[in-house]
Design a protein around this ligand. Structure first.
Ligand SMILES: Cc1ncc(COP(=O)(O)O)c(C=O)c1O
Length: 384
């Protein structure tokens, strides 16, 4: 095949004229009236998002990191508490608990799905465990029934990090109403974006939702005869143009995810007979299809993922990424004494993962090229 350039991040196809029109409308109105408040778009977006994710309540905030922080604060996580999570995630799924003074306890993953394994979580529960944060990694739903059982038996609340998982389904149903709460990201390279940043907490627990709502806006309680400040809160709101774009994004999110799904299934099919790689599980309907994370079968090859990624980029111009190094390996976490004890499957997976460049704008012929380049790179490296 003729060499072509496939960068890892190519986000075309997410922002379009409808989003530009929605932004312009809000900005033009503000130019005439000089104000970005009130913002009816906020409630409209929250209602639409809750509906899309199958939840009774959605509280939009300015990032998924903020959404997780709000959940930790609403659960009153503090020094002396333990929060169990996966080491195969973005730093903030763990950092949010440390931010409240708690200790993070890493539990191992399921080898096939790469999601946090409820069986391994049970082994790490102590009298100090106050929450579990499970991540729907790449957009593939966790074993929610397994976590429900733990919550029912122990009373420990489960917060889902769904930064990768707008549109993900579990056993055919949306995930937003499961557990204590679910936290989403609308950051620039996620399935949908609110002009670069944004997030939401969904929950079916109205009291918990109200706590998050208060944390998001200075502790305000609206709706009574006069405004009350019922708790210490912050300002974690998005802006009016962001809510407006959230609505246009939501109107087309299912179509965007469908294209991602098709391309990821296509790549799985094209690589099905390649024994040097482990294909990602669960792609197809119900997968949020945020990331396509291939694993190099390091038991079968004599080179590393770094060597593979370097050759793929330098010779075939295909960019990749790594989702993720284990959280414990980042300097700030290592300095606090975190390590991979008890998580051998996560340690192995983190040494094998390679994220392939698939986005809504990726064409079928690009996927064919990526599959060809992967096979050629493996053959090159095997020849030495
Ligand atoms: C698993 C996971 N959780 C949380 C976040 C944080 O999201 P945000 O950038 O919206 O704060 C990310 C961001 O990439 C993520 O991948």
């Amino acid at each position: 095949m003729k060499i072509r350039e496939i960068p890892f991040l190519a986000l075309g196809g997410v922002i379009a004229q409808d989003d530009i029109d929605a932004t312009n409308k809000v900005i033009s109105a503000a130019a005439k009236g000089g104000n970005f408040f009130p913002m009816p778009e906020e409630n409209d977006f929250q209602n639409a998002f809750a509906g899309h994710e199958g939840a009774e309540n959605a509280i939009a905030v300015n990032s998924c990191g903020t959404a997780l922080d709000c959940c930790m604060m609403a659960l009153e996580i503090k020094e002396g508490d333990e929060v169990i999570t996966t080491p195969l995630t973005f730093v903030c799924s763990a950092g949010t608990a440390i931010g409240q003074g708690a200790k993070v306890v890493f539990a191992d993953i399921d080898e096939t799905t790469m999601n946090l394994n409820p069986v391994k979580v049970r082994e790490k529960i102590t009298n100090w465990t106050k929450a579990i944060i499970a991540v729907h990694f790449t957009g593939l739903a966790c074993n929610i029934d397994g976590f429900d059982k733990i919550a029912a038996e122990t009373g420990i609340p489960v917060i889902y990090d769904a930064a990768h998982a707008v549109g993900t389904k579990y056993q055919g149903s949306p995930i937003g109403g499961r557990g204590k709460a679910t936290c989403y990201s609308f950051q620039s390279n996620k399935n949908m974006t609110c002009l670069g940043e944004g997030g939401a907490v969904t929950t079916n627990d109205p009291e918990f939702g109200e706590k998050v709502r208060q944390l998001k806006t200075f502790g305000y309680v609206y709706g009574g005869p006069s405004l009350r400040v019922a708790s210490i809160g912050f300002n974690y709101r998005m802006t009016k143009p962001q809510y407006a774009v959230g609505l246009t994004q939501l109107a087309k999110i299912d179509a965007i995810i469908k294209v991602r799904q098709q391309r990821m299934v296509q790549l799985n099919n094209l690589l099905a007979d390649v024994s040097e790689v482990i294909l990602p599980a669960g792609h197809g309907p119900g997968h949020g299809s945020h990331l396509y994370v291939l694993r190099l079968n390091t038991d079968k090859v004599a080179f590393t993922t770094e060597e593979f990624r370097k050759r793929l980029l330098e010779k075939y111009k295909v960019g990749t990424a790594k989702h993720y190094p284990p959280v414990w390996s980042w300097e700030a976490f290592a300095d606090l004494g975190y390590n991979g004890e008890g998580c051998p499957l996560a340690a192995k997976a983190c040494a094998q993962v390679i994220s392939m460049p698939i986005f809504p704008g990726t064409r079928e012929e690009d996927v064919e090229y990526i599959a060809w380049a992967v096979k050629e790179t493996l053959a090159d490296l095997k020849r030495g």
